[in-house]
Write a protein that binds this ligand. Structure first.
Ligand code: CA
Length: 223
């Protein structure tokens, strides 16, 4: 088994490498996001351990880029519990699993073993609704023949609505699934994001696919 470790904290990277090598794995270590991207493209790895805050290119971007290029090597993302980078976002970018720092080596190894067993995830099926298409694997959205560029949070909200396939999604359901059960902010954040989605998905095409159901929530209606 070959592992790529992309981590800029030299001490941590070395400790992880030494541990994995002692366990019989083949390990390459790089300390920069761009180097990580190049290695991941060129090498045949069984898994990638990817930090988020990296020089060159951050872990989210590395992950998103690999998935957009249809490289499905399992990725375990290392998240720091500083509130700035959240786990939902790590998964949104196409990571297979995440581990919060500081972590125990035993847990890291167990997670990696689970990823090896699972292997590279098969390309997930595209979700279609009317003229809209969402590809959960490459994180791309299109309206007709035009590609629509969404941020990670917009994508995650839109994916949730697309999976509803025209059924109403209540604000509470959206908060729980898109923002997470521990969300303690202002629920009006949903309206703000629905506004962003309309600007990108409906307005340029003069459609009204994203509809508000007064007092209940939101749903998609095919034009
Ligand atoms: Ca870092």
């Amino acid at each position: 088994m070959r592992i790529l470790v992309v981590e800029d904290e030299i001490g941590l990277a070395e400790a992880v490498r030494d541990g994995l090598v002692a366990d019989g794995l083949d390990v390459d270590v790089v300390h920069d996001g761009l180097d990580g991207l190049w290695r991941a493209r060129e090498g045949s790895y069984d898994a990638i351990v990817l930090d988020i805050l990296l020089p060159g290119m951050n872990g989210y971007e590395v992950c998103r880029t690999l998935r957009a290029e249809e490289i499905w090597t399992p990725i375990l993302m290392l998240t720091a519990k500083d509130g700035e980078y959240d786990e939902a976002e790590a998964l949104d970018t196409g990571a297979d699993d995440f581990l919060s720092k500081p972590f125990s080596f035993v847990v890291l190894l167990a997670r990696l073993r689970a990823l090896f067993r699972r292997g590279a995830a098969p390309r997930p099926a595209e979700i279609i609704f009317g003229p809209l298409a969402l590809d959960p694997g490459t994180h791309t959205v299109s309206h007709g023949s035009s590609e629509v560029s969404l941020t990670a949070r917009e994508f995650s909200l839109f994916e949730y609505l697309m999976r509803r396939d025209g059924a109403v999604a209540s604000k509470q359901e959206i908060l729980d699934h898109v923002w997470g059960l521990d969300f303690a902010g202002d629920p009006n954040v949903i309206e703000v994001y629905i506004g962003y989605l309309r600007k990108k998905i409906d307005q340029p095409f003069s459609t009204h696919i994203i509809q508000t159901e007064r007092g209940t929530g939101y749903r998609l209606v095919a034009p």
